[in-house]
Ligand binder design. Structure first.
Ligand code: HEC
Length: 153
């Protein structure tokens, strides 16, 4: 039992904190809560990205206005996670690999490629054509995946 040595009151308040944030993970006590903050942004990112993917892959009808709104949001989000990877922020429940801090140049390059691809997608959707959206979508998808492959476990 993990909290066996703590007094009962501490156990109860820990229990409440865990319930309140609706997760099995302990509260994020790292200064600035970088793991919580960056994952919040990544979740917003996937929410913005998903509708574009459904259209690009023909699973939902193409809707230009929706594509523009999502791609614009994704572009705005694309620069935000990267300030939340300070040294030492490889604590649980992170999936960030040590490579992030061991190969900062490569990690930065992966960010830059992604930001550029998201920027291109935001421009491409302005054409309001599925044929223009598709390759730009695939390029962003590729940059998400290749960063995850190298830097996320
Ligand atoms: C430059 C690298 C990089 C790029 C580009 C990137 N990610 Fe990630 N992503 C990460 C890392 C690292 C984590 C793990 C963060 C952690 O657990 O602390 C992550 C985590 C996530 C998570 C999990 C969030 C959670 O709550 O566990 C989602 C979802 C996600 N990314 C979606 C995306 C999508 C969608 C894209 C592209 C539109 C993308 N990412 C682009 C590096 C990247």
């Amino acid at each position: 039992m993990r909290f066996a040595s703590l007094p009962r009151v501490a156990i109860l308040s820990l229990g409440l904190a865990i319930t309140a944030c609706n997760s099995a993970a302990p509260p994020d006590t790292f200064p600035g809560q970088p793991v919580t903050e960056r994952n919040k942004i990544f979740k917003q990112m996937i929410r913005a990205f998903e509708p574009i993917g459904l259209m690009a892959r023909g699973k939902e009808p193409f809707a230009a206005d929706k594509a523009i709104a999502s791609a614009t949001e994704l572009k705005q989000l694309s620069t935000l996670p990267w300030n939340h990877f300070p040294a030492g922020s490889d604590y649980a429940p992170t999936k960030a690999k040590a490579a992030i801090w061991e190969k900062p140049t490569e990690f930065k390059r992966a960010q830059d490629e992604f930001v550029a691809a998201a920027d291109k997608l935001a421009s491409a959707v302005q054409a309001r054509e599925l044929d223009t959206l598709q390759p730009a979508y695939e390029a962003v998808h590729q940059s998400c995946s290749s960063c995850h492959k190298a830097f996320r476990s």
